[in-house]
Design a protein around this ligand. Structure first.
Ligand code: GLU
Length: 424
């Protein structure tokens, strides 16, 4: 029997502490009561499950899985499930809290949660991943539910895993419950526009920020770090709006062309190359990290946490950072970036398009009805634009960076709701 040990957080900043330091600043600006501060600083529920799985070679491996519900003050908790070797309880706690703030920023009626399993899906067969997903769902079937806690995809998971989750949960209830999870395949009640939703929201918030900063998109250059679902859609949609995407990257490295890359060509290359950009021909290959330091107008970190840190923040030349990933900037880098005049559209705003369309998917499932793609996009664009304006104006009012302003908007909403609901 083998057991996957938790990966040490190494010299990464602890993501929960990174979240807390911004939460603390925003709470002080709002003059938040101690009572509410203490309610919001701790997750409402943390579940750790141990999941034994029979691997294809007959051996049994035990995986550790998590589901953290940070808050259900605004409604049922919402948030993705991550399959990654780096999954760690403190990371899941931070990601769960970020979901609370994200849902509050875009004003949808959800609390925040996150789940994860420490595993390496790249090294597992689809049968092994299916058994793991079904066993995890079974272990958590009392936590999940359309009015309790609603999972979705995150790093390492997608529609396929959501279908297994929906099916396993439905079996436990003796009926089909498609609204228990979002990000499902279309035929199972997934929503049109959900796959591209996070990248689309990144595009909408990037354009809104460019308008404020008077950057003409037709003359702007952009680098996108990470070429998974979020990065590839953000690059595609920004290019469609006239922005010149000069660099993209994945774990194999960065690919740069000062005349602009053909994003469609890169996606096709990746799809035919085992999901990797390795060897992409029409660009100069750079070390992966170099993408962060290019002389571009817009930088979109769309990979993972803690890539912009106090050790490298000084080297960033972009005028605008639009955070497609959750937590890509460590809290210690915030002040360096702000001092250098770089504007950051923070994760809890910039990448909220995904959960917004997840909300639409849940609404459609509950109505037993399907919206057109046009309706989904129109409504999510409007929500993203309104949220951007609200955060931008709050930043001007409080004279703080947009990140702190986004926390102010979110915490204020959750705190006001808590006041009405009250506690025991
Ligand atoms: N995992 C995505 C996020 O971090 C989506 C969550 C959802 O749709 O519930 O925002």
């Amino acid at each position: 029997m083998s057991y996957i040990e938790p990966a040490p957080l190494k010299d990464r900043e602890n993501p929960f502490e990174a979240m807390m330091s911004r939460f603390h600043i925003a709470s002080q600006l709002l003059g938040l009561d101690d009572e509410i501060y203490n309610v919001l600083k701790n997750p409402a529920k943390q579940v750790i499950v141990s999941i034994p799985i029979t691997m294809d070679d007959g051996s049994i491996k035990v995986f550790e899985g998590y589901r953290v519900i940070h808050s259900n003050i605004l409604g049922p908790s919402k948030g993705g499930i991550r399959f990654d070797p780096g999954v760690h309880l403190d990371e899941v706690k931070a990601l769960a809290a970020w979901m609370t703030w994200k849902c509050a920023v875009v004003d949808i009626p959800y609390g925040g949660a996150k789940g994860g399993i420490r595993c390496n899906p790249r090294e597992m067969s689809s049968g092994e991943i299916e058994r793991l997903t079904r066993a995890y769902t079974t272990a958590l079937h009392e936590i999940f539910g359309p009015d309790r806690d609603i999972p979705a995809p995150d790093m390492g998971t997608g529609p396929r895993e959501m279908a297994w989750l929906m099916d396993t949960f439905s079996r436990s209830q003796g009926m089909t419950v498609n609204s228990v999870v979002t990000g499902k395949p279309l035929v199972l009640g997934g929503s049109l526009g959900r796959t591209e939703a996070t990248g689309r929201g990144v595009m909408v918030s990037a354009l809104a920020a460019m308008e404020r900063l008077k950057i003409n998109p037709y003359r702007a250059t952009c680098a996108v770090q990470g070429f998974g679902n979020v990065g590839s859609w953000a690059a595609t949609l920004l290019a469609e709006r006239g922005v010149k995407v000069v660099a993209v990257s994945d774990i194999s490295g960065a690919y740069y062309n000062e005349n602009g890359l053909d994003v469609k060509e890169i996606i096709e290359y990746r799809n035919n190359n085992n999901n990797s950009l390795e060897g992409f021909p029409n660009a100069e290959a750079l070390d992966g990290e170099e993408i962060l330091y290019l002389n571009v107008d817009v930088l979109v970190p769309a990979a993972t946490e803690d890539v912009i840190t106090k050790a490298n923040a000084q080297r960033i030349k972009a005028k605008l950072i639009v955070e497609g990933a959750n937590g890509p900037t460590s809290s210690k880098a915030d002040s360096i970036i702000a001092d250098n005049g770089v504007v950051v559209v923070p994760d809890i705003l910039a990448n909220a398009g995904g959960v917004t369309v997840s909300y639409f998917e849940w609404v459609q499932n509950r109505l037993g009805y399907k919206w057109t793609e046009e309706r989904v996009n129109r409504r999510s664009d409007r929500i993203m634009k309104d949220a951007f304006e609200k955060v931008y104006n709050t930043a001007l009012d409080y004279k703080v960076p947009m990140r702190i302003a986004a926390y102010v908007v979110a915490i204020d909403k959750v705190a006001k709701t808590y006041k009405f609901r009250g506690g025991f």
